[in-house]
Ligand binder design. Structure first.
Ligand code: NOJ
Length: 511
């Protein structure tokens, strides 16, 4: 599975990569029905990954190396194995214990129909019926019941959980699905469920399970708790809220410090959408004084080295690519991915990278059904293969069945054969590898303080170009090679005498 000790051992490699912080996905006690996003005990480490002592050692080592540690807080839902849910099931309808979650009688003559039309993000209805006939809501898997955030006991408990980890020295939290925590009074039907599928719809229409205004008070109280601890503690919300002008409300000075910018990820590397996403980002985040963030990958979407090598739009980015789907052109994908990353890392603001993208790893697109883990696969009868393809263990050292991931030679998801040549140790020795490109980019980004820099478009035509202080960043969106821009060449995602299609270059050009 990999464990906390393994991370601690390899943190030095992340320091060499040049990152500022790590975000760990959930390592708490969990039945692992959704890769740990089904938490059974928020104050523990799952024995699969180690114990609290291992966690303390990880934090200490990270801090020694100058790396901050952000952990994943999962407040929208617990595991069905959480003590609260088990007690709620036992206590029965109308009990205080059931008020920690959303339990309701069903519709229909005998309550045999779900209380409303909500759909799970992983497919199928968002309601499951209990043995006594009541239903409970779960926007994700049936093993992930949604908490009732109107209940002060729930609010209080999460404040204590925050303090528990802040006292252990964490630098902050990535908050899972904060936009789902509030639910509209009475849990009414979703008016657009036919067009919006699982219920996501852009804008302020305020679907009953997303973007409820009631959540802002919660974030304000969390922000105060973070501020009461020494040092700088921060929280980043996985707030899938669009348009960005609406999302900006989430990063007002007394709420989240940052939110992920999925508008940027969703732009799909199409020039006009990208330009619009960048413009909207600066406009929206500047308006509330928050840094813009940028992201191209995470554990929920097809890796960009494959996503850009085929026609995989936003709607299917979390559906994965299976053996039955059109296969990506990974060579083209990687070329574009490197160009895209270099373009992103030149932007002012905070950039989030997903483990393995620094190796240029492609998506694993041929995982056999018996290895599948993602609940999406099971809830859709395999129609959507889900996210396992981007979650395959990293190849650290070429050779063996897991390329150095562990000593047992068994990994919880199998690696594709092409990962051997992409192993980290191979790339470390190659100055032209994807890893070397990421290292150089992060080093320069830090030296030139690009993260705290400025932004101006120089051109929005096919040679897309912006200036960040003395650095020009140019990406070739055209189908033709172009002359390299004048100035001192700092870094580029390709090679050759000309700027190739899909290539990005950083040029020093003092004004
Ligand atoms: C978002 C997480 O990133 C994803 O992996 C998880 O399945 C859902 N939230 C539910 O917790």
């Amino acid at each position: 599975m990999g464990d906390l000790k393994g991370i601690t051992q390899n943190l030095v490699k992340l320091a060499e990569l040049g990152i500022d912080a790590v975000w760990l996905s959930p390592f708490y006690k969990s039945p692992q029905k959704d890769a740990g996003y089904d938490v059974a005990d928020y104050r523990s480490v799952d024995p699969l990954f180690g114990d609290l002592n291992d966690f303390d050692e990880l934090v200490a080592k990270a801090h020694e190396l100058g790396i901050r540690v952000m952990i994943d807080l999962v407040p929208n839902h617990t595991s069905d194995q959480h003590e609260w849910f088990q007690k709620a099931l036992a206590a029965g309808p109308g009990s205080k214990e059931r008020s920690y979650y959303h339990f309701k009688p069903g519709r229909g003559e005998n309550g045999e129909l779900p209380p409303n039309n909500w759909q799970s993000m992983f497919g199928g209805p968002a309601w499951t019926r209990t043995e006594d006939g009541e239903w409970y809501v779960h926007l994700f898997d049936s093993s992930q019941p949604d908490l009732n955030w109107e209940n002060p006991v729930v609010q209080q408990e999460f404040e204590e959980i925050l303090k528990f980890w802040l006292e252990r020295g964490v630098d902050g939290f990535r908050v899972d699905q904060p936009h789902a925590m509030g639910k509209a009074e009475g849990l009414p039907d979703h008016p657009y469920v036919d067009e919006a599928g699982a219920g996501f719809i852009e804008g302020r229409e305020n679907p009953p399970m997303w973007f409820q205004d009631s959540v802002h008070e919660i974030f304000r109280s969390w922000r105060k708790i973070l501020a009461s601890y020494p040092g700088e503690r921060a929280m980043c919300g996985e707030a899938y809220v669009l348009p960005l002008s609406f999302m900006a409300l989430w990063v007002r000075p007394d709420e989240f410090h940052q939110t992920f910018n999925f508008r940027f990820l969703d732009a799909g590397w199409e020039k006009d959408r990208l330009v619009a996403a960048i413009n909207e980002s600066f406009e929206a985040f500047d308006a509330v004084g928050a840094p813009s963030t940028w992201v191209l990958n995470n554990h929920d979407v097809i890796r960009h080295a494959s996503r850009f090598g085929g026609d995989y739009g936003r709607a299917t980015a979390s559906d994965g690519i299976g053996p039955e789907n059109p296969q990506p052109d990974n060579a083209l994908g990687l070329k574009k991915a490197k160009g895209a990353t270099l373009f992103m890392l030149g932007l002012p603001g905070a950039s989030y990278l997903y483990q393995g993208e620094e190796l240029g790893l492609p998506e694993h697109t041929t995982i056999a059904p018996e290895h599948r883990q993602d609940p999406t696969f099971f809830r859709t009868g395999g129609k959507r293969v889900g996210r396992d393809g981007c979650r395959v263990p990293l190849p650290w050292v070429r050779g063996g069945l897991t390329n150095g991931f562990n000593q047992t030679d068994k990994a919880w998801l199998p690696q594709p054969t092409q990962y051997a040549d992409l192993a980290r140790d191979v790339q470390e020795r190659d100055p032209h590898s994807t890893l070397s490109l990421y290292k150089s980019a992060l080093k320069l980004r830090k030296e030139l303080a690009l993260g705290e820099g400025s932004f101006d478009w120089v051109s929005t035509d096919d040679l897309l170009c912006y200036r960040n202080q003395d650095v020009l960043v140019v990406h070739n969106f055209s189908k033709n090679e172009a002359p390299l821009p004048e100035g001192e060449l700092l870094l580029r995602s390709g090679s050759g005498a000309l700027l190739a299609p899909d290539e990005t270059v950083w040029i020093l050009s003092r004004t």
